[in-house]
Design a protein around this ligand. Structure first.
Ligand code: 6PG
Length: 464
């Protein structure tokens, strides 16, 4: 029997698509799933020879060093599969986890594997079913030795942008899954901004579906070219059987699997301000209050007038573009901070290369982000290449003003403006907070005009 180059463990939608992608690139694949149904389906799709009936058979059919790519549900199943595989493997074999695993779990598993001589990689995979089949974006982290052994296969099957593979080794530890988590946080933010723009056009400005669609098509031509705008156009074009837009029949209650929430928790832990990602996660959470929103609408709603916005397509398009740039900026800030704290030394240009194609947040903007020199001293929005955002600023302000006047919540766009405005505020109001803290609790404060730490007896204006 011919020994295989790589195994794919897990033959759900993503696993089977990745396995087919590997096969189409000439690799010999040992495919396995615990689920008999998945194994049968994959066999029936013309891959009978590649399917193994047991994990033992899968491992035995691999060349050495053995490379195994797990594409299974994140969480406990990954630990269970590692327990199952470890006794079957040799030191130097490589196990890769391609699920949306929590990066701290990846770090723990990496240490566990290291003790057993197994090279472990946490690989963030983006692009959905189609990406997996035709070329995903992949962010690898963990064992460098493992990357040197298996990275070539991953880079071959990944998407490519201008000849550069959208797959790279990001850093040690859980860095691959960390950056995938933040990728998802940015994905949440951009989805929220697009949804708000759609909603404002349809239900604030009362544009027709056709007019709304034309705006998206215009934005795509004028700077907003991206995968998420492309699929927004696809969604807007889809009609239900009765000829009405399908999107308007979809219940306004959003689901999520948790990567956005993890991104927020990390931002709090690492003290990075990512308000647009926060609003995007919160909007999905708040959407679950469907009944209360109906009640609130009856009790609190008053205006029946449509919102007003001059030159709506251009203004809203510019506001959306700026909101998206600021979302990338927030995500990059979190990555840069984590990279410093964890000593990952992540190169943001490499990240931009990895995200330029194949992933959900791919867009024309990533070409610009690639050229930016991002660091803790220079967030993306302050890089020279984005100096044009000053010209977009009035649009974001006008859209927010118009939405406030109309009483329509656009928290994603509002939070993007807050993020922008914070960076413009040389003086923040927190001097007043410092004074109050010192007044009620003697917490002390520092001064602009003198070195040192001060406390004041505020009631008597006596300083000590
Ligand atoms: C990707 C996506 C993917 C994730 C979806 C759904 O990069 O291909 O991020 O990994 O499954 O984004 O996430 P939610 O269900 O949390 O929206």
């Amino acid at each position: 029997m011919k020994m295989c180059d790589i195994a794919v463990y897990g033959l759900g939608v993503m696993g089977s698509s990745l396995a087919k992608n590997m096969i189409s690139h000439g690799y010999t694949v040992a495919a396995y799933s615990k689920s008999g149904t998945e194994r049968q389906r994959f066999s029936a799709e013309g891959h009978n020879d590649t399917v193994c009936s047991t994990a033992e058979e899968m491992v035995a059919s691999l060349k050495s060093p053995r490379c195994i790519f797990l594409m299974i549900t994140a969480g406990k199943p990954v630990d269970m599969v590692l327990e199952e595989l470890a006794p079957l493997l040799q030191p130097g074999d490589v196990v890769m986890d391609g699920g949306n695993s929590y990066y701290k779990d990846t770090q723990r598993r990496l240490a566990w594997c290291e003790e057993r001589g197994i090279c472990y990689l946490g690989v963030g995979v983006s692009g959905g079913e189609r990406g997996a089949l035709e070329g995903p974006s992949m962010m690898a982290g963990g064992s460098l030795e493992g990357w040197e052994k298996a990275g070539g296969i991953l880079q071959t099957i990944a998407a490519h942008a201008e000849g550069i593979p959208c797959c790279a080794y990001i850093a040690p530890g859980g860095a691959g899954h960390f950056v995938k988590m933040v990728h998802n946080g940015m994905e949440y933010a951009i989805l929220q901004l697009i949804a708000e723009s759609y909603h404002y056009m349809r239900f604030g400005l009362e544009l027709s579906r056709d007019e709304t669609l034309r705006c998206f098509e215009q934005w795509k031509r004028e700077g907003l070219d991206s995968y998420l705008i492309d699929i927004s156009i696809t969604v807007l074009k889809k009609m239900d059987e009765d000829g009405s837009p399908l999107v308007e029949k979809i219940l306004d209650v959003a689901e999520q699997k948790g990567t956005g929430k993890w991104t927020l928790l990390e931002s709090i832990e690492r003290e990075v301000y990512i308000p647009t990602i926060y609003e995007a996660v919160s909007a999905r959470n708040f959407s679950r209050k469907k009944k209360l929103r109906s009640q609130g609408c009856r009790q609190l709603y008053s205006s029946g007038k449509p919102a007003r916005l001059e030159q709506a397509p251009e203004t809203l398009g510019n506001a959306l573009l700026l909101g998206i740039i600021l979302s990338y900026s927030q995500g990059m800030e979190l990555i840069v901070k984590a990279s410093e704290m964890e000593q990952w030394n992540i190169d943001t240009a490499v990240l931009a290369d990895v995200w330029r194609d194949g992933c959900i947040i791919r867009s024309r903007l990533l070409g610009e982000i690639r050229q930016a020199e991002i660091s803790s001293e220079r967030p993306l929005l302050l890089d020279e290449i984005f100096s044009y955002i000053k010209e977009l600023e009035p649009a974001l302000r006008i859209v927010n003003e118009s939405a406030v006047e109309a009483g329509i919540a656009l928290p994603g766009l509002a939070s993007a403006l807050h993020y922008y405005d914070y960076y413009r505020m040389e003086q923040m109001p927190v001097n007043f907070i410092q004074a109050l803290r010192d007044c009620f609790g003697a917490h002390t404060y520092r001064r602009k005009d003198m070195e040192g730490v001060f406390h004041t007896k505020w009631e008597t204006d006596e300083r000590i």
